[in-house]
Design a protein around this ligand. Sequence first.
Ligand code: DGL
Length: 273
Amino acid sequence: MSTGPIGVFDSGYGGLTILDSIRKRLPQYDYLYLGDNARAPYGSRSFDVVYQFTKEAVGQLFSMGCPLVILACNTASAKALRTIQQHDLPVLDPTRRVLGVIRPTVEALGALTRTRHVGILATAGTILSRSYELEIRKLYPDIVVSGQACPLWVPLVENGEYDTPGADYFVRKYVGQLFLRDPRIDTLVLGCTHYPLLLPKIRLVLPARTRVLAQGSYVADSLAGYLLRHPEIEARCSRGAQCDFLTTEEPDKFSGSASLFLGQPVRARHLRL
Ligand code: DGL
């Protein structure tokens, strides 16, 4: 039986926050990260475009030997995961798997909120898809959900502006709008993989005692559980503790930014999708 790395896909750099948590939790496996930086951001794109781009990326990662691909992007998870799982996998390769980040995040929420009022900060695409709301309603019908699109946050992160004074205005603006709508929110989901980089600034403007649920560790725990429950997939994940990086943009630019994100040297290769 051939084995291969676990694929981790994002529209750009954001999925590195998920990759980082997964590698810390499951360091024994090989990983292949793909950032579609040339076509990021995905957040303002239509359903059909995000679906097509994501399908291309999954097909590419499968062709490079990945038995399992994690969509480490909320927008892709919201707009493409279900269609890929239900319609494309049976044709592409029914023995491989694609998982997203929304379900593991939502599962964690139930035990965290006391007021049963939660806020979701995400891209316009994720908010418009209402994916969080629908998943939360399935698992915890008593929770009241308010979503806030933060269209300027991904460009701030993609352009390395997340820790500059210029970011303060947009952090205050979106967080303020959310809490104006529902002051009873006690738990906040950062429903975009780019947002953890803005977390220090987000914390500064949050009402006291608001919990912030960053997705990485929940996705990593959920993946660990999945691999335990699915030994047939686990056996196909190679175990060399290696991580390779692919980007659809200029690899030196990606390598520089990714090294900063991860705090370790990254050498990316270019891939055309
Ligand atoms: N990082 C992605 C997410 O989690 C989307 C960023 C983008 O707009 O491309 O939603």
